[in-house]
Design a protein around this ligand. Structure first.
Ligand code: ADP
Ligand code: MG
Length: 410
């Protein structure tokens, strides 16, 4: 194939350009750093609980709470890694670790299948009754005769999607096991998820509770500085870059993941421009890029009915700007349902969907006094029309609706 000289140049300069990063992987979410500043208390508490395994004890179950990016996953993995190292050093039988990300493995069946897999038992991904794979797990674990520490990360997602039946089984499993034992570590991003749990599950799972508060701007600064030393070439970070990333992420509920993303994306932008240094300007650009990526992801995942409501709001916005009220949204929505041959939901339900879009930050709605349509709301799109349109246009189920916009495209 003939070389494309422009592209080849881009590839070559990309390959040789190590001006900015030393090791960008250090800024990725999956990287577990050697030090976790400002999490000493949480590390100690998890450590004290798990230490009992070193004398053959069964640790209490633990529930860790905190918003996203407050270091929950990092702390738990960090302590488990050190526990395994210590066990090896002392020649003690290491506990089996079963780590499950319930954000991905989010049904009771798949959790059990994954647990089987962590003890070396293959079960099919579907098909068996849940009781049967649970039974195989118990039997397999009994044969191994070990303590198993099961980490259920993002446990709130599992409970919301599939209920708490597998948790019920797991919190009772020790009464069935003779040679083996199980300890549970639950990690939740949602502080309210306890309300969804059966009280018996809650009292067992929450024997110990550890709270992860949001990081302050100055804590985020320390975290970023540590990482930046490994991730960037010397002296490539302009003055104020770390402070700005920390300040922006602190506003975003003290999220270390967001802070690291800002720093990484800012570095990538600087690299792409062939700049000598990462500047505050790069951080600001990184912020808007990350935000628009998040909005795009959120919109993509909306269920069909919500997308239809958004479509109606989008069309009305194009027609008349920001003076949109719920009644109009509903009637446009009804027209669209007819066009697509879809059963419409009630006006009340549409109202709920509008509230959900508001909570996701896609629209802004405020109650206006009683008008022609009764108690009504004024609605305004808060994300750029272009982003919304890209998502709506991409959904093949909504293709027929493009006639609502085609005659007045911007
Ligand atoms: P959570 O599980 O609470 O959502 P994570 O543990 O995944 O948060 O942390 C998000 C990112 O921030 C990860 O890359 C993690 O390594 C990093 N991080 C969080 N807390 C710290 C800390 N105290 N020191 C260094 N890095 C941290
Ligand atoms: Mg996590």
């Amino acid at each position: 194939m003939k070389k494309n000289s422009t592209l080849d140049g881009i590839f070559e300069s990309y390959l040789s350009n190590e001006k900015i990063f030393k090791n960008r992987n250090v800024l990725r979410p999956s990287y577990v750093p050697e030090k976790l500043p400002h999490r000493g208390d949480q590390i100690k508490r998890v450590g004290v609980i798990l230490a009992s395994t070193l004398k053959g004890g069964i640790p209490s179950n633990v529930l860790c709470y905190g918003k996203t990016g407050t270091g929950k996953t990092a702390v738990v993995k960090y302590v488990l890694k050190h526990l395994s190292e210590k066990s090896r050093e002392l020649s003690i039988k290491e506990p089996i670790i079963g780590y499950i990300n319930c954000g991905i493995v989010d049904t009771n069946y798949r959790v059990l299948a994954q647990l089987n897999k962590s003890i070396g038992i293959d079960v099919p991904f579907t098909g068996l009754p849940t009781d049967e794979i649970y039974r195989r797990f118990v039997e397999g674990l009994e044969k191994r005769g070990s303590l198993m520490i099961i980490v259920l990360d993002e446990i709130d997602m599992l409970v919301k999607k599939s209920g708490d039946s597998v948790l019920y089984d797991l919190t009772r499993i020790n009464s069935t096991l003779e040679n083996a034992k199980v300890s549970l570590i639950g990690i939740s991003n949602d502080l309210k998820f306890k309300e969804y749990l059966d009280p018996r599950v809650l009292s067992s799972l929450g024997e110990e509770e550890i709270v992860f508060p949001p990081y302050t701007a100055s804590e985020l600064k320390d975290i970023l500085s540590e990482r930046a030393k490994e991730a960037f070439q010397d002296a490539t970070l302009g003055p104020g870059v770390i402070n700005l990333c920390a300040a922006l992420a602190a506003r975003e509920h003290g999220d270390a993941r967001r802070a690291l993303d800002l720093l990484r994306v800012a570095g990538e932008l600087a690299e792409r421009e062939n700049a000598e240094k990462v500047t505050e300007e790069h951080v600001r650009k990184a912020k808007s890029q990350i935000e628009s990526d998040i909005v795009t992801e959120t919109l993509k995942k909306l269920p069909l009915q919500s997308k239809l409501v958004l479509y109606a709001i989008f069309v009305l916005t194009k027609q008349k700007g920001s003076n949109i009220i719920t009644g109009e949204v509903y009637s446009t929505y009804i027209d669209m349902c007819q066009d697509l041959n879809i059963e419409p939901v009630t006006q009340r339900r549409v109202s709920d969907l509008i509230n959900e879009l508001d909570m996701l930050g896609v629209i802004n709605s405020s109650v206006i006094s009683k008008g022609r349509y009764g108690r009504s709301k004024k609605i305004k799109l808060t994300v750029p029309k272009k982003i919304v349109w890209d998502i709506l246009e991409e959904d093949y189920r909504l293709k027929k609706l493009s006639k609502y916009v085609s005659n007045n495209k911007e």
